[in-house]
Ligand binder design. Structure first.
Ligand SMILES: Cc1cc2nc3c(=O)[nH]c(=O)nc-3n(C[C@H](O)[C@H](O)[C@H](O)COP(=O)(O)OP(=O)(O)OC[C@H]3O[C@@H](n4cnc5c(N)ncnc54)[C@H](O)[C@@H]3O)c2cc1C
Length: 412
């Protein structure tokens, strides 16, 4: 087969997929409607890189751990290669939100005995010292975590393999078509933008526009982050989270966020959202926001692509049309797949955490080579899962996965 793929979308999802495929010798035609990479949700000044443990070490916890570890190796490799990635491995302090949460956090550490370089519990005094500010409770300390400038990660991914990735910026794909083993992407004018045997859809919420992926239960969550002016050397010098997050100073600004509103497409900054972020900041670092005026703040709005079960969608697109009239397939293996069509999407509030592992997994699935990830986790992110009877039932009845207006928050 011609090792040539089209990737639509130059955010964290698309740039990671392109990078991992190019590393294996593929040529990539990267199609992006914006003038540059990292112009969508992946364009914040900085976001948080850390995993999300749980008492029962559930799939989300195992996946975020695998993704976090893979991301660290990937970021280190990009840095070593001299690529213009901006990140800071400052450590992430994830404070307990109340006493009960503190007990849960401690239980995770006591029962799972993680390596201390990965996760430690720190009591209030030690947490205050790490934060450089008096805090209300102890929390998890991820010494290897930190902040990442996501747009710089997109740029570094796309630059890593030189001419193997050919970008087509300012080109919006209106339509896709598959004929004689070849996928074609068309502009609104009807002109072909790119053609290749493999097509990867990494275009976030916009993936719903294509008939083959219109069955995917994707939604978007508007998020506003506030930029706080920061003087050199001021606290915190580490990322601190507690139902929100605040980063160290980056270019004289720290990011505090973020709001989370499902199916809300207002693109402009809102004063009320800055006020919400400041209230969140006050909960993280009591007294910190007292002298900050919400009215004068800058910030950025982005739209997170959400999946109803909080797990990303990575892999071959299932042929939903083939199921029509036959009911749901019983297992993932029973599903017919659309030839040559793949998706990497649904990163929600964790794109910085997921993206490198997602790109690697996608490349393995395209090449049919075994991924270095447990089979149940590969199945957990299979985009075909939404066509299986249990998921279909949940989506139809608005069961546990859809309840509430905020199906996930990465910064909780
Ligand atoms: C406020 C906020 C705070 C966040 N904080 C964190 C955090 O702390 N940690 C973390 O891990 N994650 C965080 N995230 C989540 C993370 O940013 C997202 O999960 C991630 O950026 C999604 O990447 P993506 O590539 O799927 O989407 P995007 O970055 O949106 O990329 C999709 C791209 O596809 C392009 N596109 C769409 N349709 C078409 C088309 N038809 N033709 C051509 N191009 C098209 C778009 O222009 C866009 O560039 C945050 C997100 C927000 C909004």
């Amino acid at each position: 087969m011609d090792r040539h793929a089209i990737v639509i979308g130059a955010g964290l999802a698309g740039s990671s997929a392109a990078e991992r495929l190019a590393a294996r010798g593929w040529r990539i035609s990267l199609v992006e409607r914006a003038a540059t990479s990292g112009a969508g949700a992946s364009g914040n000044l900085a976001g948080v890189l850390r995993p999300l443990p749980s008492v029962d070490d559930n799939r989300l916890a195992r996946l975020t751990r695998a993704a976090f570890e893979y991301a660290l190796t990937h970021l280190q490799a990009l840095t070593t290669a001299g690529l213009p990635l901006r990140w800071g491995q400052t450590g992430v302090l994830h404070l307990a939100r109340d006493e009960r949460h503190a007990a849960t956090q401690q239980r995770v550490v006591t029962e799972q005995e993680p390596a201390s370089a990965y996760l430690r519990w720190v009591a209030r005094e030690a947490a205050s010292e790490l934060a450089g500010w008096p805090v209300a409770d102890g929390g998890w300390w991820f010494a290897g975590g930190g902040w990442v400038d996501p747009a710089s990660l997109c740029r570094a991914n796309l630059a890593r393999h030189g001419a193997a990735v050919v970008p087509h910026y300012r080109r919006a794909v209106e339509r896709i078509e598959h004929a004689a083993g070849c996928w074609r992407c068309f502009a609104g004018s009807g002109e072909t933008i790119a053609a290749a045997p493999i097509l990867v859809l990494a275009n976030a919420g916009d993936a719903r526009r294509f008939a083959a992926t219109s069955h995917l239960p994707l939604r978007t969550a508007r998020g506003q982050v506030s930029h706080l002016p920061a003087t050199a050397g001021s606290a915190p010098a580490v990322v601190v989270c507690r139902l929100g997050y605040v980063t160290p100073a980056i270019d004289g600004l720290r990011c505090a966020g973020a709001t989370f509103a499902v199916d809300d497409d207002e693109a402009g900054l809102r004063a009320a959202d800055h006020a919400e972020n400041l209230a969140r900041l006050e909960f993280i670092l009591p007294g910190y926001s007292r002298h900050i005026d919400a009215a004068g703040l800058g910030g950025r709005v982005g739209f997170r692509p959400l999946s109803p079960d909080r797990l990303p969608m990575i892999g071959a697109v299932a042929d939903a049309a083939a199921l029509d009239g036959q009911g749901a397939a019983a297992t993932l293996a029973d599903l017919r797949r659309v030839p040559g069509l793949f998706v990497v999407n649904g990163f929600g509030a964790r794109g910085i955490v997921w993206s490198a592992l997602a790109g690697e997994l996608l490349a393995c699935l395209i090449e049919r080579s075994p991924p270095a990830l447990a089979a149940d986790l590969v199945a957990a992110v299979d985009p075909g899962r939404f066509l299986l009877p249990r998921q279909r039932q949940r989506l139809r009845t608005g069961g546990p996965q859809r309840r509430g207006s905020a199906p996930e928050r990465g910064d909780d």
